[in-house]
Write a protein that binds this ligand. Structure first.
Ligand code: SF4
Length: 214
């Protein structure tokens, strides 16, 4: 691993492209569309997020979106070329009664022939299974930042809480999508690592890293 990190940047890019092209069509990109099905009013305190109620950013605390609105948005996404539709809610995690309408949304979007994805916050026992049974293909659950910085970015939950939800999704047979960790190196270079610290790539941020990346 250290040998890999010591390589000149363009050599790293070359290696990354070699692996990518061995497994994927080089210029194909999957199109996905995300709809916020419940915006604002979140009780969490993620330092990068305008949907946290405590930051008074002017983002309204909206009701959950009605099913026909979701289906219409998914159809528009499909017609525009998307093959995956993601539904996101500004919750710490869904209560079981919150999940009922989401399960209907997942079934409806799946019936349109789209892959389904949700990001709803932390899941309790049984919820990942319910989502999977409804037809959920992917669960998006970000790790936010490295464990050693976690308390500087979020105080209302712990890093382990995120890992627990990821494990619940995997145990239910679901696939996870997560923004990997980005640890800053000198200047604008950042190492993108998975949760075990395995290096996924190295990027050169042109400007500032995305919100929350440390
Ligand atoms: S849990 Fe999600 S919606 Fe809530 S404050 Fe954090 S990033 Fe924002």
């Amino acid at each position: 691993m250290e040998e890999l990190l010591a390589l000149p940047f363009n050599d790293l890019l070359y290696h990354a492209q070699t692996v990518h092209r061995a497994h994927h069509a080089p210029n194909d990109v999957q199109l996905s569309t995300l709809l916020s099905i419940k915006t604002g009013g979140c009780p969490e305190d993620c330092a990068y997020c305008p949907q946290a109620a405590r930051y008074h950013t002017g983002v309204a605390n909206e009701e959950i979106v009605e099913l026909p609105t979701v289906v219409a948005a998914a159809q528009v996404a499909k017609d525009a070329g998307a093959s995956r539709f993601c539904m996101g809610a500004a919750w710490r995690g869904p209560k079981d009664r919150d999940l009922v309408p989401v399960l209907e949304m997942v079934r409806a979007v799946k019936s349109l022939g789209l892959e389904t994805c949700c990001t709803l916050g932390m899941l309790r026992d049984g919820q990942a299974e319910a989502l999977k049974d409804a037809g959920l293909d992917y669960y998006n659950h970000n790790l936010d930042t490295a464990p050693e910085f976690y308390g500087e970015i979020i105080t209302t939950r712990e890093y382990q809480d995120r890992l627990d939800t990821l494990e619940r999704v995997r145990s239910a047979g679901g696939k996870v999508v997560m923004a990997p960790r980005a640890d800053m190196l000198d200047g604008n270079l950042a190492v993108i690592a998975d949760r075990e610290g395995g290096v996924l790539g190295i990027v050169n941020w042109v400007d500032e890293p995305p919100g929350g990346a440390r």
